[in-house]
Ligand binder design. Structure first.
Ligand SMILES: Nc1nc2c(c(=O)[nH]1)N[C@H]1C(S)=C(S)[C@@H](COP(=O)(O)O)O[C@H]1N2
Ligand SMILES: [Mo]
Length: 258
């Protein structure tokens, strides 16, 4: 056993943990601070002394990255998220974004063009009628938000794997980076992009995707937390660098698998 020093001279352990925990998203942050959070717990994880706020923060970052690697490694590309009967659909389905519903992007479908780029052969943008002509499937799955609610919804669209095939995408690339109309963005790993339930969705509950749920297109990923499911997608890039995303950049765990 390494020797563990619980107290660091000149450092208030409570303030230190509070600072480091800022890297954690709510509600994890609150749970961490309320629970067994202590310098001792962090020191135990590190197997060494925690010296100051900076090293505690670096350590939390390392823990989160390690967590990403473990999750990515544990991800089973063949395991399906549970599906539900129509009767289980949550009505009304919640709206969520980092702003209010009346500020949601209002996209004109007639002008819309999806930009595609990066490691793909066919870089022409896609109009909505091009997209609607793709083969489509329906799923009834559970959406889980990190803020502590979940809801069951019904989405219809094309498998992202099928769309990537039509783009002539290099599926050995590591990431898909999504950009959205209002500036939201996020990045997903290629195994998740190729998962059979990962869908570019054009409909919600059999209706053209309403404005609040991401018109004209969202990416539905039932194996990931809600914030990894971008709405109002305007561009999609296949690439090897991790461009992060709106919540990822604020310390939310990158992989966020379910
Ligand atoms: N473009 C965009 N996509 C987004 C968000 C956002 O703010 N903007 N919020 C995310 C979060 S945190 C959640 S829980 C879901 C909410 O989707 P819903 O409104 O269909 O329930 O959208 C995700 N995708
Ligand atoms: Mo969310």
């Amino acid at each position: 056993m390494p020797r563990i020093r619980m107290q660091v001279p000149g450092v208030d352990p409570k303030l230190l943990i509070k600072d480091a925990a800022k890297l954690l998203p709510d509600p994890s942050r609150r749970l961490f601070l309320r629970g067994s959070a202590s310098l001792g717990a962090l020191a135990l994880l590190a197997g060494c002394d925690v010296v100051d706020g900076e090293s505690a923060e670096a350590l939390l970052r390392k823990i989160s990255r390690f967590n990403d690697r473990v999750q990515a490694w544990l991800f089973n590309p063949n395991r399906l998220a549970p599906t539900y009967p129509e009767s289980a659909i949550t009505r009304p389905f919640p709206f969520n974004a980092y702003y209010g519903e009346d500020e949601a992007p209002d996209i004109d479908g007639a002008d819309y063009k999806l930009e595609v780029g990066g490691l793909i052969d066919n870089k022409q943008p896609w109009t909505l009628s091009d997209l609607y002509a793709l083969p489509q499937e329906t799923q009834i799955t559970r959406h889980v938000c990190v803020e502590g609610w979940s809801a069951i919804g019904k989405w219809t669209g094309v498998r992202l794997s099928e769309f990537l095939r039509r783009l002539g995408a290099d599926t050995r690339a590591k990431y898909i980076w999504f950009q959205c109309a209002e500036g939201y963005s996020n990045t997903i790993d290629m195994p998740t992009a190729l998962h059979p339930q990962t869908q570019l969705s054009f409909k919600f509950a059999d209706e053209i995707l309403p404005r609040k749920y991401g018109f004209p297109m969202k990416c539905r990923i039932p194996t990931k937390l809600g914030f990894k499911n971008p709405k109002y997608i305007t561009a999609l890039y296949v690439q090897n660098n991790d461009a992060g995303g709106y919540w990822e950049d604020q310390g939310y765990n990158w992989f966020s698998g379910l």
